[in-house]
Design a protein around this ligand. Structure first.
Ligand code: GDP
Ligand code: MG
Length: 827
């Protein structure tokens, strides 16, 4: 527990002090050292500061400061001892005994009036504190692709995805490891190049470091790219954290013949540097040994464990000092942030730091000091302070590397293959054809190969439906299970194989390094849309399912590109819309036109995406388009296991959607069509007089401009939950046949079914023109609830989610109405 949680009169033993170095130093100097007993003299609610007694002295601490000190209280120690005793006794053969032993032992601690008279309990308290002290919280921080996850897997025995493309998830993964009597809690953080507040990854990593206060940071460094990787290290040094650098990929630098005196480099940075190869586990023992050393010793005890200030040059340092002075006036800042770090961030115009400063009482003074310093730097150096700081950091790195005798071996050798391949793949003339060919293969495989497992699933769903129909007694419940749940979810689950195949291809492309090249090739084109090359990957994924695609926008650093990519994603026709296309096209258009109309729909979607993105980037989401490094990681052969796992991770999103929203939506659509129920009516008449029929009729005037009748409107309403439900609803309404939802290609075998549907629909006055407008509407309008929720989640606000819902529907209405009216005028 934290020291701040101890109540008046309670005692505890200090386990560890967390937080940044400056804070820890001050607290340790006051006597808050691990293993020391502490008693709370006065901790009234709402009272600040709190009074403590430690080593015979009275000391007061602010509540926030006490929160950063981990202690074990005597009650906790008693509970732990009790649990341990219970655990031991349960192994024995006297089960009745353990409760007795547990109680009697426990009561000694809980009632103990003074520790001095109870040496037993004090000993336990200390033992417990020592045990907890031996738990070290470690966070893995580093650039993308430097090997963090490899270390995480190696050390914790986990099987997280290692990839060759910056990760799609911005989540921290937790694992555990034991070494030399210590227990490590490892957190694998997303890769970042720096700790500026540009991308969600960067903000996330910062938040993790500041709020979860890991004891030691492992800064994983790709040694074959030393200079750039050390940039992040300099920022971590600003934060004043206990840190160990893993010089990973050491094998590659050795092969290349690089020279570096890493001990010297460690001393210059004040951070221990350990050469490692996480692929094989080389150096991992030494790394963990060093972590323990750093954790147990005090700053300055080791030559490579001391806090240095990166020298940013006279002008900047002067500015930092002035800002720091103002920051230090506020006591509440210092326990949480190193003031130097905050001052640097202020000079960098860091939005997140500014937001924090704005909560302080002295904010005006601080901002004024910053503005003043920034102006001086500008006058002096002719660049803005952010650039000046970056230059200074690179200057520092360059100097340190020089001093540590850094020499790069023959560069060409290790990346020869990569460079050769890149010449081909990113070639001006060959790049695009290769890319289009790969896309073609991907989609062909997805739709052709996917048909087989689709058929099996279809049969399985049909079998399950008939099984339930025959075994359950007749009634609304049976109808709900068969038509609502099995019918609704079954219509969706058939797409799972296609989605998995598509995602397997995407994973293969990502993990091998090709996707980065695809983004690179597309960058120019994407820029014309106001987007970034990286937007391209989510857009491609959108053809499978928009939900994981929206999540994949996390890799895009620029907020503007990220948002706009999310907003235009619904224009990428997801596979759930496919059965609707097939049903309507199969019914209304001659075989020789079918494929072209289908392709036309996809193309129209892409075309609208381009237009909308241009409009959005111009008018809606402003902010300059900051250039970001387009990473071209070396090509690597991905392992099958990694691809399998990666595919599954993405597919899981789709399954989740099925288990949740689609299930609920299917049941709702079913219920709206089922009630009020009249046994004597045939299914169509039943639908017409049901709630959904009434809703359809009520909205009919809205869609008069498109020529839709109420049955088509019902289909559109059903599609709000999930597009998958549109086809089955229309099937029921027009021909009492739900099987249209299962059709994935144009087949002549079913032609009778389509003929019947054609007769019914044209009898209702649906012309091919109306049918086409209906398809356009389906393509463009409200994607589905799951996508909207995903947009809310990724953009951080309902505002954008609602906007996406509204603009897509409005656009769908306009486009379909325009096409209908023009079509009518021409004919
Ligand atoms: P992360 O993005 O930092 O989590 O990096 P990963 O752990 O996903 O690793 C990226 C790639 O580098 C994977 O293909 C790993 O197999 C590879 N890798 C990791 N460590 C080493 C190493 O020490 N040497 C070499 N040659 N490759 C490594
Ligand atoms: Mg990783």
């Amino acid at each position: 527990m934290r020291l701040s949680d101890l109540k008046t009169g309670e005692k505890g033993v200090i386990v560890k002090v967390m937080g940044h170095g400056g804070f820890r130093k001050r607290i340790v100097e006051m006597g808050f050292i691990h293993g020391k007993e502490i008693e709370v003299l006065l901790n009234a609610p709402l009272q600040d500061p709190v009074k403590y007694k430690i080593m015979g002295y009275e000391i007061s601490l602010r509540h926030d400061e006490a929160k950063m000190i981990e202690v074990v209280s005597d009650t906790e120690a008693a509970q732990a001892a009790q649990a341990a005793a219970a655990g031991e006794n349960s192994d024995g053969d006297n089960p009745a005994g353990n409760t007795v032993a547990g109680h009697s032992e426990g009561s000694i601690y809980v009632n103990s009036p003074a520790d001095d008279e109870q040496p037993m309990s004090v000993r336990h308290l200390h033992a417990e504190a020592e045990k907890r002290h031996k738990t070290i919280n470690v966070a893995l921080v580093g650039n993308p692709n430097c090997g963090k996850t490899s270390l995480f897997n190696f050390a914790s025995g986990a099987h997280e995805r290692v990839g060759n493309y910056s990760g799609v998830t911005v989540d921290a993964k937790e694992g555990h490891a034991d070494f030399e009597g210590y227990h490590f809690n490892l957190v694998d953080l997303p890769g970042t190049y720096s700790l500026s507040a540009y991308s969600p990854e960067e903000l996330y990593v910062r938040k993790q470091i500041i709020e979860n206060t890991p004891d030691v940071i492992i800064n994983v460094i790709d040694t074959s790219n030393l200079e750039r990787n050390l940039y992040l290290t300099t920022q971590l040094i600003d934060m004043h954290l206990r840190m160990v650098c893993a010089l990973n990929m050491y094998d590659e630098t050795e092969k290349r013949g690089d020279k570096i005196n890493y001990n010297k480099l460690g001393e210059l940075f004040g951070v221990p540097m350990v050469p490692t190869v996480f692929k094989s586990g080389r150096g991992v023992d030494q790394l963990f040994h060093t972590i323990i050393q750093v954790y147990e010793s005090r700053e300055g005890d080791l030559p490579s464990f001391r806090h240095i200030h990166i020298n940013h040059g006279h002008e900047i340092e002067h500015g930092i000092a002035r800002i720091q002075e103002k920051l230090k006036a506020d006591e509440s800042v210092r326990h949480r942030y190193s003031t130097r770090y905050l001052a640097i961030k202020m000079l960098e115009n860091d939005r997140d730091a500014e937001k924090f400063i704005k909560t302080l009482p002295y904010q005006d003074k601080i901002i004024r000091a910053r503005d003043h310093a920034a102006q001086r730097i500008m006058e002096e150096k002719k660049v803005d302070s952010e650039t000046a700081i970056m230059d200074a950091k690179y200057g520092f790195i360059h100097g340190a590397l020089q001093e540590a005798g850094y020499e790069v071996g023959q560069t060409e050798d290790t990346y020869k293959m990569t460079h050769l391949l890149d010449k081909l793949i990113t070639n001006r003339w060959l790049g695009f054809p290769i890319f289009i060919l790969l896309l073609f293969i991907m989609f062909e495989a997805t739709f052709k190969l996917g048909e087989y497992p689709m058929e099996w699933i279809e049969n399985g769903v049909a079998w399950l439906g008939s099984l339930v129909s025959t075994t359950m007694p007749e009634g609304p419940l049976r109808d709900m299970i068969v038509d609502g749940i099995i019918g609704g979810v079954g219509a969706v689950i058939v797409f799972l194989p296609q989605i998995l195949i598509l995602y397997a291809f995407i994973s293969l492309m990502e993990d091998s390094g090709y996707m980065a090249r695809a983004a690179f090739i597309m960058d120019k084109l994407m820029h014309k849309m106001g987007l970034h090359g990286k937007s391209f990957i989510p857009l491609i994924m959108g053809f499978g399912c928009n939900v994981p695609a929206v999540m994949a926008t996390r890799t895009i650093e620029s907020r503007r590109s990220r948002l706009v990519t999310m907003l235009i994603l619904p224009m990428m026709s997801c596979s759930a819309r496919l059965p609707i296309y097939i049903m309507i096209i199969g019914t209304f258009f001659a075989v020789k036109y079918q494929s072209s109309i289908m392709i036309a729909l996809y193309v129209i979607g892409i075309f609208l995406a381009v237009i909308m993105s241009r409009i959005f980037t111009k008018c809606l989401v402003r902010g300059e388009d900051t250039p970001f490094v387009m990473e071209l990681p070396p090509y690597r052969f991905p392992t099958w296991k990694a691809i399998f796992r990666h595919t599954w991770e993405k597919g899981k999103q789709y399954l989740k959607k099925m288990g949740g929203i689609i299930l609920v939506a299917s049941v709702i659509v079913w219920a709206l069509g089922y009630f009020p129920h009249d046994e004597s009516l045939d299914p169509q008449a039943q639908q017409e007089q049901s709630y959904i029929g009434r809703i359809g009729k009520a909205v009919e005037p809205v869609f008069r401009a498109q020529g839709f009748d109420w049955k088509l409107d019902v289909g559109l309403i059903a599609g709000i939950g999930a597009k998958e439900i549109v086809a089955s609803s229309l099937g029921v309404l027009y021909s009492d046949d739900e099987s249209f939802a299962d059709d994935d290609t144009f087949t002549s075998a079913n032609s009778g079914k389509y003929m019947r549907l054609y007769d019914k629909m044209s009898a209702d006055g649906i012309t091919p023109l109306i049918a086409f407008c209906f398809l356009l509407f389906v393509l463009i309008y409200f994607p589905c609830i799951a996508t909207i929720v995903a947009i809310k989640h990724e953009s951080g606000s309902w505002k954008w989610a609602v906007f996406a819902a509204v603009y897509t529907t409005a656009l769908a209405w306009l486009v379909s109405a325009a096409v209908y009216q023009i079509g009518m005028a021409l004919s």
